[in-house]
Design a binder for this molecule. Structure first.
Ligand code: ADP
Length: 435
């Protein structure tokens, strides 16, 4: 008795090891069956074995998933073979979710229709075991024996163990395979997205290129319009009555706004295309601040404008023209959005990330910017409120250009603002020269 149990334990361990092995090496559920059956069939002393599973097209039918050592003569038809769930030993095991044993096909007259195939295939006895992971059998595992084979409890136990472990192993591999499939799908989608992003970048470059060209082309006729308008306004083509002169002045003002926009567009597209030339030369940060104050236009009546600098000179190696453009933009915004109070431009040397640098701070007591809009104002054509265009004019390009230019110089722009109280734009650019 002990010896039998011992050998049963050994065989249990053997089949468990074989199935675990199949599980670890298989890439698909069919492969689990194939690898496991090849090792387990001889272990249980069967002459051949099969796994039938529900046909996905018609779950009332079973089709062959895998066979081991199936007699060659009829192997060709196996692919087309369909068994009906509920009929015969394999169909019965699936329908009833319990093993079906046939000790001797030829001894059972109810199995007369099996005599012919049994003779052809060369089996006498078989056992079909349901393959089930939950409460539904997905198929059955059948072992065929070439001699009458009475099954005892130990053997039933072992065979059931095989069927249960195989069902679990193949379900796990199927789940892994599905995960791998999803991963694969994700990978493919990623590749497609990357490709599209690349295409987007190309399209973006083309549109920057287009903007650069068109801006350039627009500038020439616009300069003529401005030239002739100013000739007319000055009376060089004959004295104009006041009403006509005022109209011409309006044309001139609008053309100037347009020229400003085109210049900003051109400058921005040049930076984005990597074509903006940076000319680094010795300059003076305080002088640059003064120049910007001179060229930024005028603040609204009653608004105090001050320059704060601790020293007369702050030498800096940078592209002064670009710094000037940034400051001019920031100042003209401050003037535009401040009705009362002050606009202050502070300039001083500092260090940024451990590097000597200069900071210019444009601070106003104007309308301020809502918290949620603070990042967006640096986007191209972005204005806090569409209506502000009508109220304040502008194109929404100024800050985008300022940020692009600051980055080009190795610096940055940050903003702090409170709605209704005012804004503080800080530009920092590396490059102070000591002494
Ligand atoms: P715009 O030509 O419209 O001034 P900008 O890019 O320079 O374009 O500014 C974008 C938007 O940021 C402005 O339309 C305005 O809503 C907001 N903004 C910029 N500077 C200030 C400021 N000093 N005070 C309040 N709002 C400002």
């Amino acid at each position: 008795m002990d010896a039998t149990r011992g050998s049963l334990r050994d065989r249990e361990l053997d089949v468990a090891r074989e199935i675990a092995n199949a599980f670890l090496t298989a890439g698909s559920p069919v492969e689990v069956y194939r690898l496991a059956l090849a090792r387990v069939t001889p272990l249980v002393r069967a002459s051949f074995s099969s796994v039938f599973e529900r046909d996905p097209d018609d779950p009332a039918l079973l089709k062959l998933t895998c066979a081991n050592n199936w007699p060659q003569a009829s192997a060709r038809y196996l692919g087309q073979l369909r068994l009906r769930v509920g009929r015969g030993p394999t169909g019965g095991a699936v329908a009833r979710m319990e093993p079906v044993e046939v000790e001797d096909v030829f001894a059972d007259p109810r199995l007369r229709e099996w005599h012919e195939p049994a003779r052809e295939l060369g089996f006498v006895s078989l056992i079909s075991l349901p393959l089930a992971t939950g409460d539904r059998a997905t198929g059955a595992l059948t072992f065929y024996f070439d001699e009458p084979h009475p099954f005892d409890e130990d053997e039933r136990h072992l065979l059931k163990l095989i069927a249960d472990q195989l069902a679990v192993a193949s379900a796990r591999v199927a789940a892994l395979q599905a995960e791998r499939g999803e991963l694969e799908v994700l990978r493919t989608e990623n590749a497609i997205l990357r490709q599209r992003l690349g295409a987007n970048a190309d399209a973006k470059r083309l549109s920057d290129e287009f903007l650069a060209n068109i801006s350039h082309e627009l500038r020439t006729p616009l300069t003529s319009i401005l030239g002739y308008a100013s000739l007319l306004a000055e009376g060089q083509a004959g004295t104009l009555p006041d009403a006509q002169r005022n109209t011409v002045l309006r044309i001139e003002r609008s053309a100037n706004v347009l020229l400003h926009l085109i210049n900003d567009l051109l400058a921005l597209s040049q930076v984005k295309l990597g074509r903006a030339a940076v000319t680094i030369a010795p300059d003076d940060a305080v002088h640059l601040a003064r120049l910007a104050l001179d060229s930024a236009g005028t603040a609204q009546p009653g608004v105090r404008v001050t320059l704060e600098a601790d020293t007369d000179r702050i030498p800096i190696m940078t592209d002064g023209e670009k710094v000037g453009k940034i400051l001019e933009n920031l100042l003209s915004n401050a003037y535009k959005f401040t009705e009362r109070g002050s606009v202050t431009l502070t300039v001083r040397d500092t260090t940024e990330d451990g590097v000597p640098a200069v900071e210019w701070i444009v601070e106003d007591t104007g309308i301020g910017i809502a918290k949620g809009q603070l990042e967006a104002i640096f986007d191209e054509f972005r204005q806090v409120d569409g209506s502000s265009t009508r109220l304040y004019g502008g194109t929404g390009l100024g800050l985008a250009l300022c940020r692009a230019l600051a980055r080009l110089l190795g610096g940055r722009i940050t903003v702090r603002s409170e709605e209704g109280k005012g804004s503080r734009f800080r530009v920092v650019v590396p490059g102070t020269v000591q002494g």
